[in-house]
Design a binder for this molecule. Structure first.
Ligand code: GLU
Length: 471
């Protein structure tokens, strides 16, 4: 929450602002903004011989496309407003990247660190049972995925619980995504959100005219980055930016504090150091800063808040020095901090664009599950033989021999992870181009967030209109 406005209201306010650049009828806009369904659950579990009431939710924001889709988070911040806001963001996110789903989000109000693995399994299975009982889960109904505090392990428990109730349902494996690869998951899903953050940033920074306006040269290579949160999203965004984009990570913020190094931080080594010591503080070659939010205020080109919402607020917005903010988390910049950052000329790549990589690859996983085979299985050998034939002909016609390594490279079909990454890369580039075209068409739009909402709104409105509900 920021000030008096709830998180859900603040998403609605952004939508209203963007709607002014569309001709969507008022009533339709009200329907698009509304959160259609919220399931509020309370159930008991036994902890150390006593009972504890667990508070949980699942919100389905929009059913203009089915199934609805979105993660399940385990965090103490979870409440009804938060899941409704995050479900709404899922609707706009899916529309923006052409993932044909409505938006949803679930949450259990717990700190997973306070529970044993067995207790977490009980909680997850009980929550899933409630979803099944209320018809809030299923491959064509509502498909959960990981979010803050959950991962492939929880998704495997959800699948197993669902299948216990729906034994024999042929598409049951598509009832949840982000599953372990060995449990009908897909390669590339674990790092997809972080990888998408990198592709989105790289695309944004490839436009010379846009970069010139903020005093940067074109291209992501050599730019400095600060990351908040070394969870799944933050660590992969930082690692991939460093390895594939030649980005220099100069600052990291985590629960236990912030660290800084002008020379750059090797993220891979930092992750190993944290796994061993339990902290980023004391990582060789870095200075530690007094508070855990201090790194956000470092002088850098790119800031990646990848933890929770409400990190850049009225209290620190005017001290942010980054030129580009990539909202890898959902809602890290509060609605009242947003205009302060924009006035400073900062480009904000909004959450529902920049972190859309996760749901994009979830969509690929769901497609794989429904088709019951691995991507490439049918066509790889055929393509290989066809390319071999072409190369043989080229050799014959030119009289030159193509080396074995080159031949292997030119004739092999893509592996699953290569196909997934190429689909993800294309998705992030295409969506950014649509956003940028919208800015060019509407000179009054000053920020990426508004332009991105315009793109999503137009697609959702046209879905409703083509359904015939709003003739
Ligand atoms: N929890 C992720 C998000 O907020 C992924 C959702 C999904 O894969 O369905 O986008």
């Amino acid at each position: 929450m920021s000030g008096q406005i709830s998180f859900f209201e603040s998403v609605g306010n952004y939508v209203e602002k963007a709607a002014a650049y569309t001709d969507i009828p008022k009533g339709l806009l009200q329907q698009i903004k509304a959160c259609n369904l919220v399931l509020r659950i309370r159930f008991p579990i036994r902890v150390n011989g006593d009972y504890q009431v667990i508070e949980a939710y699942r919100a389905q924001h929009s059913h203009h496309r089915l199934p609805t889709k979105g993660g399940i988070r385990y965090a103490e911040s979870v409440d009804q407003d938060e899941v409704m806001a995050l479900a709404a963001l899922m609707t706009y996110k899916c529309a923006l990247v052409d993932v044909p789903f409505g938006g949803a989000k679930g949450g259990i109000k717990i700190n997973p660190a306070n529970y044993t693995v067995e207790q977490l399994q009980n909680i997850t299975r009980r929550y899933t049972t409630e979803l099944v009982k209320k018809n809030f889960i299923g491959p064509g109904i509502d498909v959960p995925a990981p979010d803050y505090g959950t991962g492939p392990r929880e998704m495997a428990w959800i699948l197993d619980t669902y299948q216990a109730f729906r034994h024999g349902e042929i598409d049951s494996i598509g009832c949840v995504t982000g599953k372990p690869v060995t449990q009908n998951g897909i390669r590339g899903r674990a790092e997809a959100t972080g990888r998408g953050v990198f592709y989105g940033l790289r695309e944004c920074m490839s436009h010379e005219a846009d970069m010139k306006k903020i005093g940067l040269s074109k291209g992501i290579a050599g730019k400095t980055m600060v990351v908040q949160g070394l969870g799944n999203v933050g660590s992969n965004a930082a690692l991939i930016s460093q390895h594939e984009g030649d980005v220099k990570v100069i600052g990291v913020a985590e629960r236990e504090g912030s660290i800084y190094s002008e020379k750059g931080i090797d993220v891979e080594k930092l992750l190993a150091f944290r796994a061993e010591t339990g902290s980023i503080i004391g990582f060789p070659g870095t200075k530690s800063l007094p508070n855990n939010l201090d790194a956000l205020e470092l002088d850098c080109d790119i800031l990646v808040p990848a933890a929770l919402e409400n990190q850049i607020t009225l209290s620190n917005a005017d001290r942010i020095k980054a030129k580009v903010i990539a909202e890898a988390a959902n809602g890290p910049v509060t609605a009242d901090a947003d205009p302060i950052l924009l006035k400073k000329g900062i480009i904000i790549l909004p959450d529902f664009y920049i972190n859309a990589g996760g749901v994009t690859v979830s969509y690929f996983e769901w497609l794989k599950n429904l088709s019951h085979h691995r991507f490439g299985r049918l066509e790889n050998r055929f393509q290989h033989n066809a390319f071999e034939g072409i190369l043989n002909k080229v050799q014959e016609m030119t009289g030159k021999t193509i080396g074995d390594r080159e031949r292997d490279f030119l004739t092999r079909g893509g592996t699953e992870v290569e196909l997934v990454n190429s689909g993800l890369e294309d998705t992030m580039i295409t969506a950014y181009q649509q956003i940028r075209d919208t800015v060019l068409q509407h000179p009054k739009i000053e920020d990426v967030r508004t332009a991105a909402f315009v793109c999503s709104l137009k697609k959702i409105a046209s879905d409703y209109i083509s359904m015939g509900i709003f003739p």
